[in-house]
Write a protein of this length. Structure first.
Length: 300
């Protein structure tokens, strides 16, 4: 039976730990890794611009012996009103796994309903599961464990924040989120979370004694018309040196990139000794390798 990865909830605690450990193993092996994906084809269907996600997915397949086919929606018959269901059925005859990066989470769910191949959510407006898996891998590398940690999320209650919330629900670490009024995570995402997930008004309270401080852009793709207003509303939520000083001395600072330097994070923090943002970016490659292996050959 096929297994999709549409959100972190599609994974168990054991799945998450196994994927991270496999990704760490693949990172250590580098070019010596067995070509476990030889003969397999990954389709990439992207409606949103991408640097890290697209390149890391393509590299993940190539480095393990597989191949990729990039599909822009405008270049497919979906641009001429072919249904998602028909497209899913056809693509299932050609490729082994499909990663989708788009706006509507419902469209990814619909593709998964009709596809006979595994579907990977490479980002929707609701969730970004692979990003948070690579973030968790980075935390595991730096902190040695994902237990008994305080993770702070500062800024927009967006798709990455949503995936962090669901990861905290599964793994049990403390997650303190501070978002401006009107920009908190969706209530349907928070529903069912335990006391380890907290919403705090003051970002300094969220960052206080944190092991990890995480942030993202204030204006995501598709929100460009809101940028002026968002910049005003988020002005007190910048991750800067003053905020870093409230956290633990060995705090690590994370950002999924691209960053708007001088807005949500200052350059001296992004480039500073506490920053692990480029480790995060690198780790997308290895998490994607582990995820694809799990999806197509149940390697993990």
């Amino acid at each position: 039976m096929k297994k999709d990865l549409l959100s972190i909830q599609d994974l168990t605690k054991e799945d998450i730990h196994a994927l991270i450990e496999r990704a760490i193993e693949l990172k250590k092996l580098g070019r010596r890794a067995e070509k476990t994906l030889a003969g397999y084809v990954l389709g990439l269907m992207f409606d949103k611009a991408s640097t890290r996600t697209r390149v890391s997915l393509e590299s993940a397949m190539l480095k393990l012996g597989g191949h990729t086919i990039f599909l822009s929606k405008s270049d497919t018959q979906m641009s001429r009103e072919e249904t998602v269901a028909d497209t899913a059925r056809v693509l299932s005859r050609y490729i082994d796994v499909l990663a989708i990066r788009t706006y509507s989470h419902e469209s990814v769910e619909e593709m998964a309903r009709y596809a006979e191949i595994p579907i990977i959510n490479a980002l929707t407006d609701l969730y970004h599961p692979c990003q948070v898996l690579s973030d968790l891998m980075t935390v595991r590398e730096r902190k040695g464990s994902l237990e008994r940690l305080k993770i702070a999320w500062i800024g927009d209650g967006n798709n990455v924040a949503h995936s962090w919330i669901k990861a905290a629900d599964i793994l049990g670490f403390e997650l303190a989120l501070s978002c401006p009024s009107g920009y908190q995570p969706l209530s349907k995402v928070l529903e069912g979370s335990g006391p380890n997930v907290r919403l705090l008004n003051d970002p300094r309270d969220a960052a206080s004694y944190a092991d990890v401080i995480n942030t993202d852009v204030w204006t995501s793709m598709g929100q460009e018309a809101q940028r002026v207003q968002r910049t005003k509303d988020f002005k007190d939520f910048q991750v800067n040196q003053a905020m870093i000083r409230t956290a633990k001395p060995d705090v690590i600072v994370m950002h999924c990139l691209p960053a708007h330097r001088g807005e949500e994070i200052t350059s001296d923090v992004l480039d500073g000794p506490n920053s692990v943002v480029f480790d995060q970016a690198e780790n997308k490659l290895y998490i994607h390798q582990a995820v694809i292996e799990k999806m197509v050959i149940n390697k993990v």
